[in-house]
Design a protein around this ligand. Structure first.
Ligand code: DGL
Length: 265
């Protein structure tokens, strides 16, 4: 049995492309429809009500493309809106929080985990809730890093400024002697090298985009939804504003050329 319907993936903008990259690697037979809400980014400074309204509209858009499942490739939308989305739609919907938290719990040796993300993700307490549930004795230190998203979008991936900002943000986590850090924002895998440099080699970085790509494959497999057919695969990109600006950033995120990005609607 094969299900050629696409997988729908959305983010507030380009960050979710770190997830697309992993999905292309791990599930190369799947067709993909990506939606980046570039007209309304950032989500990380907005309220639960607003992010949930945007997220519902994003899933409605993907559903019009007949998607067989949805990946919420945004930590902010996953933290604030995933449970509501799951109640509203009938296709399987997964987010990035639980796969990242599970990987951190599996990996930590001293039980001291750190998480960084947008202000909305950190103040939602979503990571605390899931870590407490899965490993009540683990300690979680969280820190919002609002300057990271604009630095990544400007392409300041390995600049001195980014390293200095990272050193300030990560100081409290280093003091707590974390041995594992969850990158709780889909932009942050772009900063892996600088974060590793600041934290030192002994701290393990958990890239939620890798974890969610694995979870996506497992959900498709369990539901008999895998696309096993051969032939050319389709990866369609839609944004709510400025396709040209998206393409430039997207090629950096995906490390490959993108042929066509359409404005949705
Ligand atoms: N992609 C978002 C996230 O993972 C960050 C960007 C935003 O604030 O919208 O939280």
């Amino acid at each position: 049995m094969t299900d050629p319907r696409p997988v729908g993936i959305f983010d507030s903008g380009v960050g979710g492309l770190t997830v697309v990259r992993q999905v292309l690697d791990l599930s190369p037979k799947e067709n993909i429809v990506y939606f980046g809400d570039t007209a309304r980014v950032p989500y990380g400074t907005k309220s639960k009500e607003t992010v949930t309204r945007f997220s519902v509209e994003n899933v409605e858009f993907l559903m019009k493309h007949n998607v067989k499942m949805v990946v919420v490739a945004c930590n902010t939308a996953s933290s604030l809106s995933l449970s509501f989305l799951k109640r509203c739609f009938r296709v399987p919907i997964i987010g990035v929080i639980e796969p990242g938290a599970k990987a951190a719990i599996r990996s930590t040796r001293n039980g001291k985990i750190g998480v960084i993300g947008t202000s909305a993700t950190i103040s939602s307490g979503a990571y605390e809730k899931i870590v407490k549930k899965l490993r009540p004795r683990a300690s979680l230190t969280s820190r919002s890093c609002p300057l990271f998203v604009p630095l990544v979008e400007e392409g300041w991936i390995d600049s001195k400024v980014t390293e200095e900002v990272a050193a300030i943000y990560l100081e409290p986590l280093k003091k707590k002697r974390i041995d594992t850090l969850i990158l709780g924002c889909t932009h942050y895998p772009m900063l892996k090298a600088v974060l590793q440099k600041v934290l030192g080699k002994s701290v393990l970085l958990i890239d939620s985009s890798e974890e969610v790509a694995r979870e996506m494959r497992d959900v498709l497999d369990a539901g008999g939804l895998l696309n096993t057919s051969t032939g050319r695969k389709d990866c369609k990109f839609f944004v709510s504003d400025e396709p040209g600006r998206f393409v430039k950033m997207a090629e950096r995120f995906l490390k490959k050329r993108i042929e066509c990005v359409k404005k949705a609607g």
